[in-house]
Design a protein around this ligand. Structure first.
Ligand code: FAD
Length: 277
């Protein structure tokens, strides 16, 4: 990345002390990339909600700006208000605002239906105090009625006060480029940062992608399956594929790259090294 394209890094809150130790070690290596910020996911089901703030505090104490994710499904206005107060007290300046997905069995409930309502609520409670990022889906959110409806849902979040989008991961650059082009045609000018998932394991990737609606192109799926449990070949192939994707996105003018690190340093570091960072 000759012009040092801004990058951000996503982590999830570790569930065990061992996981926390590993994450701290991964972060120390990843800080060499000088990320614009690190974000920490928020489990809509409740299991990792406290862990989000804890990890965010650790990252900020290490000298890096941090953004907690905040999902609204199953929450009340009061519970979101409490989170916002806690985030502000911790010195948070940026939030990734989401609807979230409840684990099966939780029903719907809560006082928010869509992320746009959360964004509007945060703006009404706290004005411009937080920079707000929202999710974007170049390959269309799985529950969306149509690509057009999904674009409209993203625009609703921007109109409610979101500053930027971060996409679900994808391997098809054209899906992203067309998505951004469509937004620009409709007068939406906020940055839409591609979310990039390094490929480090084939089973994990296939499992995640089925759940979140990200498409694994047939040729990538077949190549990965062909490697069986040869993890070295999977990693080598993954680095080539994902680096080429990032190179294309950079050449086409992407405003930054958001890495879904999965709490691992090696693949993100190697991709960035190949990109010249
Ligand atoms: P929304 O923008 O509300 O969209 C949800 C669905 O509703 C879409 O199908 C949309 O088209 C539709 N929709 C929106 N508004 C309307 C409307 N007015 N009328 C009809 N339909 C509408 N999940 C977590 O639980 N925790 C996390 O930390 C987390 N981090 C994420 C980070 C990123 C960058 C991304 C891309 C996703 C993340 N997710 C996370 C997953 C996300 O919560 C799910 O994809 C969820 O299903 C949708 O969240 P959203 O904020 O995009 O919802």
């Amino acid at each position: 990345m000759k012009n040092k394209l801004p990058i951000s890094l996503e982590f999830f809150p570790p569930k065990t002390e061992e996981g926390a130790v590993k994450l701290r070690a991964a972060r120390q290596k990843l800080y060499a990339l000088q990320p614009e910020f690190c974000s920490v996911t928020f489990g809509a089901g409740g299991s990792t909600q406290e862990g989000t703030l804890q990890a965010v505090k650790e990252i900020m104490a290490e000298g890096c700006p941090a953004a907690p994710h905040l999902s609204c499904i199953g929450q009340t206005r009061e519970s979101i208000r409490e989170r916002l107060v806690a985030y502000a007290a911790a010195g948070v300046q940026r939030i990734v605002a989401l609807r979230g997905d409840l684990p099966s069995g939780y029903g719907l409930g809560g006082e928010f239906r869509y992320a746009s309502e959360l964004v509007a609520f945060i703006r009404s409670e706290t004005g411009r105090q937080f920079q707000l990022e929202v999710a974007a889906y170049p390959e269309v959110h799985p529950q969306s009625k149509s690509p057009d409806a999904d674009i409209a849902a993203f625009i609703a979040k921007v109109e409610a006060g979101a500053d930027a989008g971060i996409t679900q991961y994808f391997f098809n650059a054209d899906a992203y480029l067309r998505y951004v082009e469509e937004l620009r045609k409709r007068g939406v000018s906020v940055p839409v940062v591609p979310g990039i998932m390094p490929i480090t394991s084939s089973s994990q990737l296939l499992r995640f992608s089925d759940a979140c609606g990200a498409e694994i192109p047939r040729w990538i799926r077949l190549r990965l399956q062909g490697f069986g449990d040869d993890s070295e070949s999977i990693k080598a192939f993954g680095l080539d594929v994902v680096t080429a994707l990032c190179e294309r996105l950079q050449a086409e003018g992407a405003p930054g790259i958001h890495f879904y690190t999965m709490n691992q340093a090696a693949a993100t570091l190697e991709i960035c090294r190949r990109l010249g960072r």
